[in-house]
Write a protein that binds this ligand. Sequence first.
Ligand code: ADP
Ligand code: MG
Length: 334
Amino acid sequence: MEFDLIEALRARTRVARGDVALGIGDDAALLEVPNGMQLVACTDTLVAGVHFVADTAPADLGWKSLAVNLSDLAAMGAEPAWALLAMTLPEADEAFVAGFGQGFAELAARHRVALVGGDTTEGPLTITVTALGMVPTGEALTRSGAHAGEAVFVTGALGDAAGALRFLRDSGIGIRDSDQHAASTCRSALFQRMLRPGPRVAAGLALRGLASACIDVSDGLLADLGHVCTASRVGAEVEIEALPVSEALRAAFDEASCRELALAGGDDYELCFTAPGESEAVIMATLAQAGCRATRIGRITAGSGIRVLDARGRALATPRKGWEHFSEARARRT
Ligand code: ADP
Ligand code: MG
């Protein structure tokens, strides 16, 4: 469709890469994958009203649509290289495309990701990004490599994005008004995490050869660690007191809510990974060099399922009721 819209996107997202033999403009892109590297491919769709609040700023949407995909590449230990963008727009909206392109380009530039193609169609607002990256053959991190006895770690802090979402719902204010509201409170940090998640690309690269299994936390820690357990045919124990929670989340919610958000809240895009406990010091040092902190939050066990333990090692009854709020959002995302 609209050549001008595509041209506007292309102009905004120009990133020089020698491995793009042919980019936007032909029927398909031609990309060079070096010998000894595997191509890593993933795609994610964002639908207005389902995956993001309808009046989200276009620039935030542009950022996030790429971020969720770079997070998947990060979880594989892959280095991002290229992206394709399929946009369905209710109308040929130049202002929307300009804002979207700006947010998309801002994140793409940070990770040297070249936009090499896409599709533009008319219909209900839907954004699909496909991200392509590379990993040395055989070195990708997967969900299936965890072993009983290993430790479980998570990068950064959990629950912030879900905290922002809960705040919006509880207060009934629109996302456009949230800036004002956040300015006078500690909440701007939470909104930042919801609207502009930072994919853990450097951490994913640093974890190659160190982590036995890895996943990004998009649906909530329990759900995503559960995927690792299923794929690896193991169980896990998570120490509730060990979960990393930000100052901003602590300031905005009581302790019980913080724990619930950290366990079940989605959209944080941190990495959850497993490794032998003896590797902890090396892992922490390597991640610190990559500008990332991590926390040991539990262990992998024989069997199946996840148990959440309190400070005295007792299994907590999982408060399903309290999580319905999130499982609803989760169900809509899948
Ligand atoms: P075709 O009809 O052959 O699929 P299009 O007119 O859809 O061609 O696209 C023309 C060129 O513009 C292609 O190279 C395509 O990859 C690119 N393109 C179209 N839409 C987008 C978009 N939203 N983002 C990036 N590139 C796009
Ligand atoms: Mg096309």
